[in-house]
Design a protein around this ligand. Structure first.
Ligand code: GLC
Ligand code: CA
Length: 577
């Protein structure tokens, strides 16, 4: 039962997006010294670990998920010393620190890719590029394929950000060379060849480089990528973003070898380091394969994030998750927001004048912009739902992820001028897809300065809406009904109430209430260690419902959520049970 002590089985992990957290030098872009000034805030909030989105040198064509050097820091964010100081401060505050790693692709500025393209182009121009590309060592790290010497491509694969996944290399005279490189994401993000042992060895070195600097683990970007089906067959169903084993570039069996190797590296350390997989894989049983005992420790639960506002669907997803993870004795995780999806308050906000379809709660990067982002939304309802589901998430067994600003109830920002937008999904589709900039707007720390306390100069790489003044930390801090106060209370209670501890306890992790209460999700976390049990009820229906349970209120999603046994719509409550 040693495993029950593993911190990552029941932690609160807070995602910091460095570009938008806090800006110490006032250039309008967040930085590592800025993050260090907010450690007391994070400690007071009650988080156990921080996950930092990419901090690496990068041309920033996909916000740093295009890495040019895996062993350094983007100068605008700071230096290696700065990040070492951050790690030290985080540890001194009793928290852990995870960083991002991006193994599926590099930036096109990575030296390997620069060499790959430069070698043939710099050579004797009297030899046609077609011939030169066919003979040389340059293409070995990335997936560069040609119609002559390489296997014949392109095929019909679509890139995640729009357009084809193959980009044709031009020769030095600007003519098509007949050679193509693969990029599942932006064309500035060429995919690596994971069949090459040198690629594997290099990445094991990257892991050790950061483990040696004291980080506690990695969040693995696109952990369902890496391996591609032999022969690059056409994609049978072009369903963008729907990762299934039938899709020749997602969730291929071959990639699990890599995770076994990485686990070996993490286990060399004392205490062992951990991984969290970003894998958009269905069904849940296939997703659980990433969590086998000799692979990755945890993974994000995206079906839960994408669950519609519907009690039956949400319960189904929670059940599938618990069952699938149990197969591998892996902890469950829960997530409602990150830097790739619309803020929950907006996602859950009904469109004014339209009958709600419970089948879709969208707004994430996979939905191809079909989503109506210009529509008027009922944000008040959206915020109430985001709050109440946040409380419900924190009652579930396992680890929960919080994205910066979620604790403030921030909504998605759409009022961003096109020329300030940075997301390649917006740029590649000429704005057909609104992209993800709206969930990456700098945090409002106070309601006074021009940049709402993001820095002292008023500069900000994306504009913050005026409506955020009332959501600023300094305002919510002193309001006992604010989302921030709710978040702090919930996080602290989650630690102190025995019933809300980990999944590996001897009692059942969660017992559903089976009364058929219209639209209500309701479950009990049994008490352990002599503590009392806790019931959580979330009303996803359209009507107030009388709960037949009794019990004292431990916490409610807002002041009007629950009284006299009645739970209002879009509200949740924790009760003693
Ligand atoms: C992941 C990241 C996303 C990035 C993509 C390509 O999905 O979360 O932000 O654009 O990978 O690296
Ligand atoms: Ca800065």
């Amino acid at each position: 039962m040693q495993r029950t002590a593993d911190w990552w089985r029941e932690a609160i992990v807070y995602q910091v997006y460095p570009r938008s957290y806090a800006d110490a030098n006032g250039d309008g872009i967040g930085d590592i010294p800025g993050i260090r000034t907010r450690i007391p805030y994070l400690k007071e909030l009650g988080v156990d670990a921080i996950w930092l989105s990419p901090h690496y040198p990068s041309p920033m064509l996909d916000a740093g998920y295009d890495v040019a050097d895996y062993r350094n820091v983007w100068p605008t964010f700071g230096t290696l010393d700065d990040i070492e100081n951050l790690i030290t401060d985080v540890h001194a505050a009793g928290m852990r620190m995870l960083i991002d790693i991006v193994p599926n692709h590099t930036s096109w500025d990575h030296p390997w890719f620069r060499e790959a393209l430069a070698y043939p182009l710099d050579n004797d121009s009297s030899v046609p590029a077609k011939t030169r590309f066919a003979e040389g060592p340059w293409a070995k790290y990335h997936l560069l394929r040609g119609q002559d010497g390489g296997k014949s491509v392109p095929n019909n694969w679509d890139s995640v950000f729009g357009g084809p996944t193959w980009h044709e290399v031009m020769d030095h005279e600007g003519n098509p060379s007949g050679w193509w490189y693969l990029h599942i994401f932006d064309k500035s993000q060429p995919d690596l060849d994971w069949d090459n042992n040198e690629v594997r060895a290099e990445f094991r070195g990257h892991l050790r480089f950061w483990f040696d600097r004291g980080i506690d683990g990695f969040r693995i970007d696109v952990a369902h990528g890496l391996a591609k089906a032999d022969g690059y067959p056409d994609c049978p169903v072009l369903e963008e973003g729907h990762a299934t084993a039938q899709n020749p570039y997602w969730d291929q069996d071959g990639l699990h070898d890599v995770w076994r190797e990485w686990r070996g590296v993490a286990d060399e350390y004392e205490p062992a380091r951990v991984f969290v997989a970003e894998a958009w894989v269905q069904p849940a049983e296939r997703n659980a394969r990433y969590l086998r005992a000799d692979e990755l420790h945890t993974g994000f639960n995206f079906p839960y994030l994408r669950a519609p506002w519907n009690a039956t669907k949400m319960r189904e997803i929670i059940d599938f998750t618990l069952a699938a993870n149990k197969l591998e004795d892996a902890p469950t995780t829960w997530v409602l927001e990150n830097h790739d999806v619309w803020r929950a308050a907006t996602r859950y906000a009904p469109i004014v004048g339209r009958t709600e379809k419970t089948s879709t709660v969208s707004g994430d990067m996979d939905l191809g912009g079909e989503f109506d982002w210009k529509a008027e939304r009922d944000l008040e309802t959206g915020s109430a739902r985001a709050r109440s589901n946040f409380l419900s998430m924190l009652a579930l067994p396992g680890t929960a992820y919080i994205y910066q600003g979620q604790e403030l109830g921030l909504d998605e920002v759409f009022e961003i001028p096109s020329d300030m937008r940075q997301d390649p999904a917006f740029i590649t589709t000429n704005g057909v897809r609104v992209g993800r900039d709206g969930c990456r707007v700098p945090i409002p720390w106070n309601n006074e300065s021009d940049s709402l306390g993001f820095n002292s100069t008023g500069a900000s790489w994306l504009p913050q809406p005026d409506s955020w003044k009332k959501l600023a930390v300094s305002v919510q801090d002193v309001d006992e009904n604010s989302m921030l106060t709710l978040a702090r209370n919930a996080l602290h209670l989650r630690k102190t109430l025995a019933a809300l501890g980990g999944i590996t306890q001897d009692v059942a992790p969660l017992i559903w209430d089976n009364d058929s209460l219209d639209g209500v999700l309701s479950f009990v976390r049994p008490g352990r260690l002599g503590g009392s049990a806790i019931r959580c009820a979330l009303n996803l229906g359209a009507h107030a419902v009388t709960l037949p349970y009794g019990g004292d209120v431990v916490l409610a999603s807002d002041a009007l959520a629950f009284s006299d046994g009645i739970l209002n719509p879009n509200s949740s409550v924790w009760l003693t049970a």
